[in-house]
Design a protein around this ligand. Structure first.
Ligand SMILES: [Zn+2]
Length: 208
């Protein structure tokens, strides 16, 4: 490199434009969700003084239950990849940021205090009291925030998803989702009628 000083003027003699586009991060798979719950630290902007191992979501026993609630209500899974449903976006926006409910630090703090209680260094009653206070605070804040919620766009998306046709298996409405058509009775009766929008197309040439 020649010695260039800040503010110096130069002339570009030649150049080429190379066309390209950036790619979004790859989608999470169902397995990724469990892995992230085991180690969410890389996704935390601020870990405070927690070690990665202290920040976990759920436990060995509860994680698959959490994923199953997600797939029943808030996301759909196609070819093992996770796609957000409008219901999921509503939930995320309703909860907002910097909230006790959405921060990994909340479970980190609770786990840390529970360990102190185990060692006889913490008080059960103050833990319960603090949990009650936080719960009250969360509910009061959500009730207040609810006045400014505007989910009409999402509600339209949810509504739009209806009336594609009737299910060939049980007669319930078939809903259009991002990547497939599926029976609306999936949640109620586990009816498994669904047809992918893409049939027999290789992933590498699939257009989005
Ligand atoms: Zn059905």
């Amino acid at each position: 490199m020649p010695d260039i000083k800040e503010g110096e003027v130069g002339t570009m003699l030649s150049g080429q434009i190379k066309a390209g586009s950036t790619n979004p991060p790859s989608r999470f798979s169902l397995g990724d969700l469990i892995k992230i719950m085991c180690n969410p630290a890389p996704y935390c902007a601020d870990k405070e003084d927690f070690k990665n191992s202290e920040l976990q979501l759920g436990t060995e026993a509860t994680r698959s239950g959490i994923v199953s609630i997600l797939t029943k209500r808030y996301v759909n899974v196609s070819k093992n990849l996770v796609y957000m449903l409008p219901e999921g976006r509503v939930l995320i926006e309703a909860l907002g940021e910097n909230n006790y409910l959405t921060s990994v630090l909340t479970s980190g703090r609770m786990e840390r205090y529970l360990k102190q209680i185990q060692k006889g260094e913490g008080s059960v009653s103050s833990f319960v009291k603090r949990t009650e206070d936080i719960t009250k605070e969360i509910v009061e804040k959500l009730i207040k925030d609810a006045d400014s919620w505007n989910f009409i766009e999402y509600a339209n998306d949810i509504h739009k998803a209806e009336e594609v046709d009737l299910c060939k298996k049980c007669g319930a409405p078939v809903l259009e989702r991002e990547t497939f058509y599926g029976c609306n009775n999936f949640k109620k009766t586990n009816c498994d009628f669904r047809i992918s929008k893409v049939v027999a197309e290789s992933r590498s040439v699939r257009k989005t």
